[in-house]
Every structure is written in C-alpha cells, then in structure tokens.
Design a protein around this ligand. Structure first.
Ligand code: PLP
Length: 428
C-alpha cells in the first residue's frame, strides 16, 4: 500500500551526531566502571541538575538548587518519591486518572490505594477544583488526609501547578510531579518537576531523551537527596560489612546507561525544539480541517515539550473503514511494544475509542504510520475497579475521540506532509 521503506514511529530514540553516547560508554568500559555507579552516573546527575535548575523567565524568584538522583526507571522514581513522602500500608494517594499506569502502580506496591482525580478540559491534566473536592471527601470519609498528590504532565503538557501547589499547601499534602513525559516542559519558564516536593523524570526508549531505560528523581534538598540515594542502593548502613536497618531497593542507574544519558543531554534542547516544530506543523496543517482539533498550549503560562502531538476526531467525522473497526483482534500491542504477551479476551471493552478513531489508527498503520489512542483513564481500568475516583467525564470523553501522532526527532518534513495527507485521505 505504501511506497515508503520506513515506518514512521511516534517517538524513536535519536542519538547525538557526534556519537557522544558511545564515547561515554566506551570510557566506562575502558576504565572498568561497568556498575550502577561511577563517573557517568555522577556526570549525568550534574547535567540534569543544571538543566532542571535553569529558569528562562526574568521575573523569577531565587535560583533553584534541586538535587537529582539517577535511577533505573521512572517507575522506580515514583516508588521512591512515595516512600519519601511517607506513603505506606492503608494510606491513600491522589493521582491523576488520565495517565500511564506507572503513575499509580507504585502506590499499590506500598499497600496504599490510589484515589483517581479527573482532568480539566484545557490542559487535560489534574483538575484542581476536583482535586480539592476529593481531598475534602476523603478526609470526611476516612478521617485521614491523602498522603501525597501526583499530577501528571500528560504528553508533556504542564498541569496548573500554581493552583495545585496552593491547594496542597492549604491541606499540607506533598506533591510528587510526574513529569516523565514532560521533561523540559515549563510552567512560566520553570522546568516541570521542580515545583513539588519531588519530580519524576523518565528516560525510557520512547521519551524525550533515552538511556535505553532509566529515570531520575528531582529532590528538594541535600537531606532528601541522601535519603533517596540510600533507598536506591539497598539502604546500606556505613559499616565495613553489610548492615541493614531498613528495606531498600536496587534502583540506581547503571554507569553504562548514564553514559547514554550524558550524550543525550547534549541533544535535549534540539529534541524539544523539534517536537515543538512538529506540533506547529500539525496545528497549521489541521487548522482548516473540519472535525480535527490539535491539542495545544491553553495559554502562555503553559510551555509543553509536546512529547507526543495529539489530535481529537469529532465523533461525527466519517473515516474510511469505520463500519468494520474492532472486527478483528489486535495482534500484540499497538506499536509492537515488547512484553505484551496477554491476548485481549474480547474485541470490545466498556470504554474504548470511537470507531472512527480506531479506523484512522488502522488506516495510518497500513500506510506505515504509527498512531495510537490516548491513554485509557485509570479509573476505567479493570485492575482499579475498586479504587475511589472523582470524575467529571473529561478524560473518558477525550479517550474516546483522541489519538497520538508521530512527533519524535526522527520525523522529517516529508514524513509530516505524508502523515497529514494520509489523515486527510482517510476522511470521507
Ligand atoms: C513513562 C512514564 C513513567 C515511567 O517511566 P519508566 O521509565 O517507563 O518506568 C511514569 N509516568 C508516566 C506518565 C509515564 O509516561
């Protein structure tokens, strides 16, 4: 069907032109630092600190002095942040429902329960009013405050961090920013992940930069940094022999992966620029296409990295093949994600994207273009059917009409023109 040789993916890894990633890895081998600590880990953490502490806006307050711990995944960063905020057995944690499962799964690792809060229309992220309602209601129902609040920068878009911090301060609850998808996104010029008590970053293979797999936790101060470092290295006590007084984790980033990260930090700004360029391309290309809306920064306080560019298809938009959408089971994961070995049991679930969205996904797939539905809200996931949820319908209705389009540094102008033309071609 397509004359093109290469598939176009949502967000493929892209290395620096100078091959710095390989240079740092080679150094690790040459100096025999093939362990989860070493010069690359320290160098990567320093680069991350310099980046997150940088503020572009002039009116800004005191310089930031956040500390960063490099970890083996973003999920590990969420887990350790929750522990540092005192989350334990029987506690509740408020978390944005419209997210990837890594925001909420670690809550359950601790024997705590997620309380899902829906999104506001403009940012697609945590609705601050609903969040306050949830806090009040949980206090009324359980007699206990939720232990932490986890807003998520979905697809890179900032959350209204000012209002979230204001409400969190009123009830004295810690905020853990999940900026895994929003590395380099800013709110009024300040990097996401530096507002809350802790900030989660991810360097998985498909994120803004990659260490193949990896993550980091932005910590408020030296003391918190030391605690996270200790928890990430099996909570070892300083004795000549192994002495353990608490349970820890093996969560530190390897010196090899950190070498990739150091190289990647040199292309981070380029990547962000490119994602924003792709976003602008879609905004302009779809401006006059009825029935398609591009999700954009709500106003100029928001500065998304546009990790993934997303569009909404009006439910009335007719797309080729939509009568037969969902008639065949999907083989493996959409996009061919590794490790998806469970076959879906049914063709439909009780909450799924509209037929025109699925038809568009299949159409683009046949054209060699990866697209995927928006993340299915956690409060609609069977695994969380017993969790409390404070909903307003926003995330569920977005899930039914939205899709993600390719946006990564490997997407060329030619690809973009082809993607836009293919989408227009699919519309009846
Ligand atoms: C990717 C992601 C994470 C976790 O990152 P990993 O490095 O894949 O463990 C956490 N939260 C969100 C919203 C993510 O998209």
């Amino acid at each position: 069907m397509s004359e093109r040789n290469n598939r176009i993916y949502l967000c493929l890894a892209h290395m620096s032109d100078e091959g710095l990633e390989q240079k740092y890895i080679k150094e690790a081998f040459d100096t025999n630092w093939v362990v989860p600590l070493g010069p690359n880990v320290n160098g990567f953490e320093k680069d991350l600190e310099d980046f997150v502490n940088s503020i572009v806006e002039t009116q800004c307050i005191a310089p930031l002095q956040k500390r960063v711990v490099a970890l083996c995944s973003g999920t590990a960063a969420v887990h350790l942040a929750l522990i540092a905020c005192g989350v334990g057995l029987g506690d509740e944690v408020i978390v944005q429902s419209f997210t990837f499962c890594a925001s909420s799964h670690p809550i359950t690792y601790l024997g705590a329960t997620p309380v899902f809060v829906d999104s506001e229309k403009d940012s697609w992220n945590m609705d601050p009013d609903l969040m306050e309602e949830a806090i009040k209601d949980r206090i009324a129902k359980t007699g206990k405050k939720p232990k932490a609040i986890v807003p998520v920068a979905l697809y890179g878009m900032p959350y209204d961090i000012e209002r979230i911090m204001e409400i969190a301060a009123k009830y004295d609850i810690s905020v853990i920013e999940d900026a895994a998808e929003g590395f380099g996104s800013r709110w009024r010029g300040q990097v996401l992940g530096t507002f809350g008590e802790y900030g989660v970053l991810s360097f998985n293979g498909n994120k803004m930069i990659t260490t193949s797999g990896g993550g980091a936790l932005v910590c408020p101060d030296e003391q918190a940094w030391q605690k996270i470092m200790w928890l990430a290295t099996q909570a070892r006590e300083a004795y000549p022999y192994y002495q353990h007084e608490a349970i820890g984790y093996n969560y530190r980033l390897s010196n090899i992966c950190a070498g990739i990260g150091r190289g990647q930090m040199t292309v981070l700004d380029d990547h962000i620029r490119h994602h924003k360029y792709v976003q602008k391309f879609y905004e302009e290309a779809f401006a006059d296409v009825p029935g398609i809306t591009v999700h954009s920064n709500p106003d100029d306080r928001f500065d998304s990295n546009f990790w993934l560019c997303t569009i909404l298809l009006d439910e009335k938009l007719k797309v080729k093949g939509q009568e037969s959408a969902y008639s065949a089971a999907v083989q493996g994961a959409v996009g061919g994600a590794a490790g998806v070995v469970h076959a879906g049991g049914t063709l439909h679930t009780d909450c799924e994207p509209n037929a025109n969205v699925e038809a568009m996904r299949v159409w683009l797939d046949q054209k060699g273009i990866e697209a995927r539905p928006l993340w299915k809200p956690m409060h609609k996931q069977p695994v969380y059917k017993n969790a409390s949820a404070y909903v307003n319908g926003v995330s569920e209705s977005l899930f039914k009409v939205g899709m993600c389009l390719p946006s990564g540094p490997m997407v060329t102008d030619e690809d973009l023109a082809y993607i836009v033309a293919s989408i227009k071609e699919a519309i009846l």
